[in-house]
Design a protein around this ligand. Structure first.
Ligand code: ZN
Length: 105
């Protein structure tokens, strides 16, 4: 029995999960809570895992890592661009953690 449906459903959840972070960063020009180092590492891992997914010729893995690569690239570019910028909601809060962990918004 193929479990591809579960993989594509999981990929859809990943797409939905990234949306609030990406939209807040791009629309509000706010990088609060984003660890640039952590996302840069996820970007590198997405690239490597996408190469492996193509090697396996696995459609679910390719879709997941293709999306991850796009999302992490977008986040790294805009988090760098709006490095010291935060929206009215996050103004006064620590704009970015210094460690590798992901802070909550
Ligand atoms: Zn904000």
């Amino acid at each position: 029995m193929s479990t591809s449906w579960a993989g594509f459903l999981g990929t859809a959840v990943v797409v939905i999960a990234y949306m609030p972070q990406v939209l807040h960063l791009v629309k509000n020009q706010c990088s609060a809570g984003i660890s640039l180092k952590a996302y840069a590492m996820w970007l590198v891992s997405s690239f490597l895992l996408l190469a492996h997914a193509f090697g396996l010729n696995d459609p679910v893995f390719i879709a997941l890592q293709g999306y991850q690569l796009g999302a992490t690239t977008t986040i790294v570019i805009f988090a760098q661009k709006y490095k010291n910028s935060s929206c009215a909601l996050h103004a006064g809060s620590n704009p970015a953690p210094s460690g590798l962990g992901e802070a909550s918004n």
